[in-house]
Design a protein. Structure first.
Length: 107
């Protein structure tokens, strides 16, 4: 791994120090602070994205549960509609029979 030393170099002067071993990098305090700030922003961004992802997954799970419940309700309503249609047809036939009997009485 690289070692970091803190000097007074500017961004243009950041380069391996002469005479030091490979992997040594000179960095000013302001450069290190800027790097630290970028890392902290990246960490905060990742944290926010994880929270947002967890919330989205929770909403998706809840939506799946609701969809399943609604599918059950739809099935029940379709059965009820079929029953009501059958009942309506039965009532219609009974009314037709009654009307036919009334027509016979009038003759």
């Amino acid at each position: 791994m690289s070692e970091l030393s803190f000097g007074t170099e500017t961004a243009e002067e950041v380069r391996p120090e002469q005479g030091s071993g490979p992997g040594t990098l000179a960095m000013s305090a302001s450069e290190f602070a800027a790097l630290e700030e970028r890392v902290l922003r990246a960490v905060n961004l990742v944290k926010r994205e994880r929270v947002a992802r967890a919330e989205a997954e929770e909403r998706a799970t809840l939506a799946e549960v609701r969809a399943s419940e609604q599918a059950d309700q739809i099935d029940n309503l379709q059965k009820e509609i079929s029953g009501l249609r059958a009942e309506r047809e039965d009532v219609k036939q009974r009314v037709d029979k009654l009307l036919a009997q009334l027509d016979e009485l009038e003759v």
